[in-house]
Ligand binder design. Structure first.
Ligand code: PBG
Length: 327
């Protein structure tokens, strides 16, 4: 028998358990590692501070308290955050999203000078700011794609003016990456990257986020703009189009139900791929852990390793802060 054939088929000479015997050996041959610098921690800023007792990472902070929270994150080793805003008042055009003194803009002005090294990302969308809770403006009961683009572009520019390092459009309107890119370039921000939520599925797993951000749609759902979870070719086209429009990083969301989509993006495109490990993925583990059904830390790390193994370079996760203290 040839030696290599024996090595692929031949027990007892071949025993894969040899490399699993001790922790040191397992460390030596581990294929996927979690590095804090690949993680982004979501933070919610609003008119008041409201801790979330069950889902700690989904609490919200007033600007003053946010500074303290970020201080703690930075001390633990978190290197990037993404900000979401909950405005005091909402209107039909989501004007709080692009107001100079909007909640995210104020948070950025407080954080930027205090944390010069921290990466400040912002979610660019209207849903937290519109009275109807949709990600675009509504005309005749439908989401008006083209009327939404200039508002998103304004929001992105105002975030960068206030100190954001990168903007992350999450609305899923057609053409929004091009609109945001042109507006940033026009405002002199041609060096600011866009992290595009390219393949954002219409998912049940955003539930806890919408409660935290008070952004559930008042009528209908988001299926006329977010992707059908049954489709992967369409996700690849979304990624392709966002790159053509100038996206620097593409994102797949949610992460765990879409590991195949992460892999497809990683294999096809030579750009950084991000994945958003969303609120529902976090909440499922939290709820089960609270009942003693599983260990939160182990389940979290296993989830995050799986997302990285699928090909994500960057992971947005509510466990980023916890991970910082676990690693
Ligand atoms: C805004 C936005 C949402 C999430 C990120 N940006 C909500 C949505 O689209 O309904 C969800 C994040 C999460 O569930 O953790 N459009």
């Amino acid at each position: 028998m040839r030696v290599d054939a024996q090595q692929t088929t031949g027990f007892p000479a071949v025993r894969l358990r040899r490399l699993r015997r001790t922790g040191a050996l397992r460390d030596l041959v581990r294929e996927t590692r979690l590095d804090l610098s690949d993680f982004v921690y979501p933070l919610f800023v609003g008119p008041d501070t409201r801790p979330n007792p069950d889902l700690s990472a989904l609490g919200r902070f007033a600007v003053d308290d946010l500074v303290g929270e970020v201080e703690e994150c930075v001390r633990l080793g978190v290197s990037a955050v993404i900000l979401f805003g909950i405005p005091e008042e909402k209107d039909d055009e989501g004007s709080g999203a692009y107001a100079d003194d909007g909640i995210v803009q104020r948070a950025l002005r407080a954080l930027r000078p205090r944390f010069p090294e921290l990466l400040l990302l912002t979610d660019v969308c209207l849903c937290e700011y519109t009275s109807h809770g949709h990600c675009g403006v509504v005309a005749n009961g439908e989401i008006d794609n083209d009327a939404t683009l200039p508002l998103l572009a304004r929001a992105a520019v105002s975030h960068v003016e206030a100190g954001a390092d990168a903007v992350c459009p999450s609305d899923m309107m057609d053409g929004r990456i091009g609109a945001v890119r042109a507006a940033l370039d026009g405002a002199g921000f041609d060096g600011t990257p866009i992290v595009a939520y390219s393949a954002k599925y219409a998912s049940a797993f955003y539930g806890p986020f919408r409660e935290a951000a008070e952004s559930a749609p008042a009528f209908g759902d988001r299926r006329s703009y977010q992707l059908d979870p049954a489709n992967v070719r369409e996700a690849v086209r979304e990624v392709e189009l966002d790159l053509a429009e100038g996206a620097d990083v593409v994102m797949i969301k949610p992460a765990l139900p879409n590991l195949d989509v992460i892999r497809a993006a990683r294999d096809r495109f030579q750009v950084p791929v991000a994945a958003y490990n969303v609120s529902g993925e976090y909440a499922m583990v939290k709820a089960a852990a609270a009942r003693g059904w599983l260990d939160e830390r182990q389940a979290a790390i296993e989830s995050l390793v799986a997302i990285k193994r699928a090909g994500a370079d960057i992971v947005i996760s509510y466990w980023a802060k916890g991970l910082a203290s676990w690693l």
